[in-house]
Design a protein. Structure first.
Length: 321
């Protein structure tokens, strides 16, 4: 009997504590959500009525990036870069990240030549059709400005072609499609310049950029980057920082071609180079830090936002003429 009375006495206190805890739990605000896949259909419809008619269509990729970085690194970076850019732009959503690209490391003989399991890729012509289908779906949903971009070098030409073709198809209906080159191309040049200026190892697949950014983004130590990144063996990029800077300056003067989509950032061909370290890594990730990662993320996000605003301004200028 005493136990029953004690239990009945405690129940109001437990209920009060549960209510208080629930009251302290912040409620979800739909206005803060920019990920398309995290909205319900009515929520999306309302946001679009409220002017959320811009969307970022971003490709990531699944491939090797050394023994230390997870295979889905491109997807992690693509989603975070895109969501940060969308929030800075305002009234912009992010479509689900496409996790398969062209020329995945480990499958393409012209890349790092690693052969461990995990990479997934599409043929270029299939990839382009996936882009076209995704753009078409977003346009049919009612989006008016669709921005196409990718975190992986392979497939950049196909993204550009798909955007241009779909812009012609939908332009007369008031929907426009844009290829955002700076999300990848300018960003990698700017990142390499940052590394050069800070006397850090330049470039490389699975090296400073990807490792530092994922260190900054990972929810818990070791979730995206295994601790062995500090000691993992690697191939050099084939260029000293001074050689990279000279090549970049020559390109800026128009003496060499600009970086091509999907050309890769691995080490240069050198017949006298020692045998490759066959682990999907090119370049030195050892000095990577969260602080560097934050700086490099800012470069990507700012480049993306700047180009999108420029593309919109140019479009509005053409419309007003």
């Amino acid at each position: 009997m005493k136990r029953t009375i004690a239990l009945l006495t405690a129940l109001p206190l437990v209920a009060a504590l549960a209510f208080a805890q629930g009251a302290r739990t912040p409620s979800m605000n739909v206005n803060d959500i920019v990920e398309l896949e995290m909205l319900t259909h009515p929520e999306l419809a309302q946001k679009m009525k409220d002017g959320w008619t811009s969307v970022l269509l971003v490709t990531g990729g699944t491939e090797e990036r050394g023994p230390h970085d997870v295979l889905g690194g491109h997807n992690i970076l693509a989603k975070n870069h895109a969501t940060m850019a969308a929030k800075k732009l305002g009234k912009t959503l992010v479509a689900p990240i496409i996790p398969i690209a062209v020329n995945a490391t480990g499958l393409n003989p012209n890349r790092e030549m690693a052969d461990q399991p995990g990479p997934i890729q599409m043929p270029a012509e299939v990839f382009k059709q996936v882009q076209i289908a995704a753009i078409d779906s977003l346009a049919r949903s009612g989006f008016k400005d669709i921005f196409v971009m990718g975190d992986h070098g392979g497939g950049q030409p196909q993204m550009k072609e798909a955007a241009e073709e779909m812009d012609k198809k939908w332009g007369e209906k008031g929907t426009h499609v844009y290829y955002v080159s700076d999300f990848y191309n300018k960003t990698h040049d700017d990142v390499d310049m940052y590394l050069y200026q800070h006397k850090l190892p330049i470039g490389g697949h699975g090296a400073m950029m990807e490792t530092s950014e994922m260190l900054y983004l990972e929810p818990a130590p070791g979730a995206y980057v295994r601790p062995i990144y500090k000691t993992v063996p690697f191939d050099p990029t084939g260029q000293t920082p001074e050689q990279w800077k000279a090549a970049r300056d020559a390109r800026d003067r128009g003496e060499t071609p600009a970086r091509g989509g999907g050309a890769g950032r691995g080490r240069a061909n050198d017949p006298n180079a020692p045998p490759r370290v066959n682990n999907g890594l090119t370049g030195d990730p050892h000095p990577s830090t969260k602080e560097i990662g934050k700086d490099l993320i800012d470069i990507t996000v700012n480049n993306t936002v700047t180009e999108i605003k420029k593309l919109l301004a140019e479009r509005r200028g053409k419309t007003s003429q």
